[in-house]
Write a protein that binds this ligand. Structure first.
Ligand code: ZN
Length: 612
């Protein structure tokens, strides 16, 4: 018989919650609105303070400094095909991984070199992030700074016959700093999105206008629905005579998958009989190009790297002909919305664009061979369908350069009242410390100096999501404990309905299975930073100044407590990740593509053409 209860319920001690437990609230979620079911189309709404904390560069800076003090990286050295480290002329390990060219094939090529560092990470599929530094070995002159229009209350009158006005207020609302450049080089027409510098100021170039303040560049892209191919025709007998075909028992199909190259064919040419077609919101230009007596090469593709990131002259030739012909018949589309504002009341039509512009530039990148067909005495070699772009130019010697106002940095010698507090270096190679200020307000601070030359800056880029606002998915079979497959995306937002508009995102939407990007225009055109690039800048004697976008106190206290813990975890993780020997092509390629200033279409084509 059970004991009679007293009528007031169960009074067993074990059933009473401890005071501490019962007073402790349940888990408090973040105060913003975070849908529990984060599917495509759902939106995350953060509070103002949360957003500020996320956008604050301070946390990145703080972690970067910590990484630097701990020398928390692994320098990548060039390796030969046997996997042995290559030595440079002085017997030191070679740190230049790849020599490449900017604007390959455009006639404005610049030699650049890449060096790299690897950081371990728990939040990627490959447990590594790569920082790549692009160093220019040439400093081309883009033009001479003649005037800086950075007074937001001024109206400037420029030009003559007719004169035109630049409204500081309008530029301020568009977040743009305009400058006038004289004797400007046509290279600048290829440098949109680049970091441009004089001797101390650096900023991201957003646009270029001609001397009438009308667009100097119109960028068109092929539609993803109708991607062009290029068909190259060469004499069959010359192909059959190659060692490569002989080694493959005379089978021309063995060429499929190799790289076809028209010498990185690029043409800047006057507008003549091209077809311009007007639509309501965009206009098209259609080319129909047939060229004879072209140089054509078939290159061996053993590295599985896409051609755009390699110096193609260093790849071994399987075949070469100077008697090739090719046909290329693409249609490119231009979105009017980006250009209409510079014409005021005048309506931009295909006809007006045709009148304004005098030349255009398009290129045919080296391509992966998709099919070959014997036709009579010839072999027709067809590329995989690719996305391509075209630039229409309105060409004048004086130009106006437009920079995004949130992208400015100023670099100066790291001295205080003329005194350098750093330990002096080797007098023969002083390599002094510089200070990089990332909190420049170009509307208040003095930026760009009249009379100085503009050139292209060196850049640091990183494969981490914090830098690129993109996640690259290379699913790992197992986590380090050998048990479960990790979903690495849990810490980053999925692209939502608030992501980029279709035209901007056209290229990358193709590789959605590989890359997911939530990069906004502001992020893309700003000065990109992450803790890894900050650490490497410090390592390069470039001291990044503590940013003044200080996070809220709560966040800071939390942050300092967590930093110590996470550094310890990172150290143990470091050994795990560095055991993996192979460089992951995907991340390296993505980082290089960023460093080469490839646009989305080019980046997408690079990623798609890489075999993983
Ligand atoms: Zn990074």
């Amino acid at each position: 018989m059970s004991r009679k209860q007293n009528g007031f319920g169960n009074f067993k001690v074990s059933s009473v919650k401890s005071v501490e437990k019962s007073l402790k609230p349940g888990k408090v979620g973040a105060p913003g609105i975070y849908p529990s079911d984060r599917r495509f189309g759902s939106s995350v709404t953060r509070t103002v303070i949360q957003q500020y904390d996320i956008e604050s560069n301070w946390a990145k800076w703080r972690k970067g400094v910590e990484f630097f003090y701990n020398a928390y990286w692994y320098t990548l050295y060039k390796k030969d095909t046997n996997g042995d480290v290559v030595l440079d002329g002085n017997g030191n390990k070679e740190t230049v991984l790849i020599d490449s060219k900017l604007y390959q094939g455009t006639g404005y090529e610049i030699d650049v070199k890449f060096s790299g560092w690897r950081f371990s990470s728990q939040s990627t599929d490959t447990s590594n992030h790569y920082v790549i530094k692009r160093t220019n070995t040439q400093t081309p002159n883009l033009g001479i700074i003649s005037q800086v229009y950075n007074d937001s209350s001024a109206t400037y009158t420029v030009g003559s016959n007719p004169t035109r006005t630049i409204s500081g207020a309008s530029n301020y609302s568009h977040k743009e700093i305009w400058i006038k450049s004289t004797n400007s080089s046509d290279l600048v027409l290829y440098s949109i999105g680049e970091r441009i510098r004089d001797s101390s100021t650096e900023a991201t170039l957003k646009n270029v206008l001609n001397d009438q303040l009308h667009p100097a560049i119109y960028l068109g892209k092929t539609s993803t629905k109708k991607k062009p191919t290029v068909k190259v025709t060469v004499p069959l007998s010359t192909v059959l005579a190659t060692d490569f075909i002989a080694a493959n028992d005379g089978d021309v199909q063995s060429l499929i998958g190799q790289i076809g190259s028209l010498g990185a064919y690029s043409k800047e040419t006057a507008i003549t009989s091209e077809t311009f077609t007007d639509h309501n919101y965009d206009f098209d230009i259609t080319l129909d190009v047939t060229e004879n007596n072209q140089t054509f090469q078939i290159l061996d593709n053993p590295l599985n790297l896409p051609p755009a990131v390699l110096d193609i002259s260093s790849m071994s030739k399987l075949y070469e002909s100077s008697a090739a012909s090719f046909n290329f018949n693409p249609t490119y589309t231009f979105s009017k919305q980006y250009y209409q504002r510079f014409f005021g009341d005048q309506y931009l039509t295909a006809g007006l664009a045709e009148d304004e512009c005098n030349k255009y530039s398009y290129s045919i990148m080296p391509f992966v061979i998709n099919s070959v067909l014997v036709v009579g005495n010839n072999l027709e070699i067809t590329s995989i369908p690719f996305e391509a772009n075209i630039k229409l130019f309105s060409d004048t010697a004086d130009r106006y350069f437009i920079f995004t106002d949130h992208s400015f940095t100023i670099k100066s010698l790291d001295t205080y009242n003329g005194v350098d507090y750093h330990t002096p270096g080797d007098p023969a190679n002083p390599n002094p410390w510089y200070r990089l200020d990332t909190d420049v307000d170009p509307w208040m601070d003095e930026v760009f100096t009249s009379g100085q030359n503009l050139t292209i800056a060196d850049v640091y880029c990183c494969s981490c999501p914090n830098f690129s606002n993109t996640i690259i998915r290379v699913p790992e079979q197992t986590a380090n404990d050998g048990k479960k497959i990790n979903n690495r995306q849990y810490r980053y937002p999925l692209p939502t309905a608030m992501s980029k508009i279709d035209f901007q995102n056209e290229g990358l939407s193709e590789v959605a299975g590989i890359v997911q990007s939530w990069e906004t225009f502001k992020q893309r055109t700003g000065f990109k930073l992450c803790k890894h690039t900050i650490a490497i800048m410090f390592n390069d004697n470039l001291k990044v100044k503590e940013p003044n976008t200080y996070p809220s106190l709560d966040t800071r206290l939390n942050f300092e407590a967590n930093l110590e813990k996470s550094m310890e975890e990172n150290w143990s993780q470091r050994n795990n990740s560095f055991k993996r020997t192979a460089l992951t092509n995907m991340e390296l390629v993505y980082t290089l593509a960023e460093g080469l200033n490839l646009d989305e279409v080019e980046t997408a084509s690079v990623l798609l053409e890489t075999k993983f």
